[in-house]
Design a protein around this ligand. Structure first.
Ligand code: ADP
Length: 200
């Protein structure tokens, strides 16, 4: 028969059970995490789940969501090529001011053209710009259609809707490429968090 008191005592000296948790750190530099992809790809969903993870790390965060900015900052803009570019430019300018003052900025914006995303990168500064391609086949995005936008676009109700009547230009060299038909939201958040931790 074995005695266990010593073992029990030893257990009391073990580190706290939450030692597995990742440490709260301020080692992660402020950055602009720019999520681009088709409507319904999962940009807003991922950003909403990423936000508390980054806050728990001690970062002060802000979300710039395409739907929100179009009701305020960019409400005078439509969906012509020029207006879409201006939409991206304004969001990038705001994001640049925020990151400059120490915020970690998450942008969820279709931002369909390479030229506009290139402009955003140059406004923010390449060293702080993290382009995350939230990728999903169009058919999957259409099947999800959480806001019924694809249905309306197919019925002709939304002119120049990206993926239906306007092109989405896939990023060529994003910092991260996430296939949301292959990985769940948790895994997508982890991929971004790991990227940030690895780069500091
Ligand atoms: P977007 O912001 O890109 O337009 P949303 O986040 O608004 O997209 O909508 C994406 C939809 O897809 C949500 O209903 C979400 O629950 C669903 N979804 C399914 N799988 C995923 C995934 N792996 N990542 C993100 N969203 C997903």
């Amino acid at each position: 028969m074995t005695h266990t008191p010593v073992l029990k005592h030893h257990n009391n000296l073990e580190p706290y059970p939450f030692r597995e948790n990742r440490r709260v750190t301020s080692d992660v530099r402020p950055r602009v995490i720019w999520l681009t992809g088709l409507s319904a790809a999962g940009k807003s969903t991922i950003v909403d789940s990423l936000n508390p993870v980054l806050r728990a790390r001690g970062l002060t965060t802000c979300i710039l969501d395409g739907d929100t900015v179009r009701t305020g900052l960019c409400r005078d803009l439509g969906f012509s090529a020029d207006d879409r570019e201006e939409n991206v430019r304004r969001v990038a300018e705001v994001a640049a001011l925020m990151v400059e003052s120490g915020l970690t900025v998450m942008v969820a914006l279709i931002s369909p053209t390479r030229s506009a995303r290139h402009l955003a990168r140059s406004i923010v500064g390449s060293a702080r710009f993290v382009e995350v391609f939230v990728d999903v086949p169009l058919a999957v995005a259409e099947a999800r259609d959480p806001k019924g936008l694809y249905r309306r676009a197919r019925a002709g109700g939304i002119p120049a809707f990206t993926g239906v009547a306007a092109a989405y230009e896939r990023p060529l060299f994003p910092e991260l490429h996430i296939r949301t038909d292959e990985v769940d939201v948790r895994r997508a958040v982890r991929m971004i968090d790991d990227w940030l931790l690895a780069r500091g």
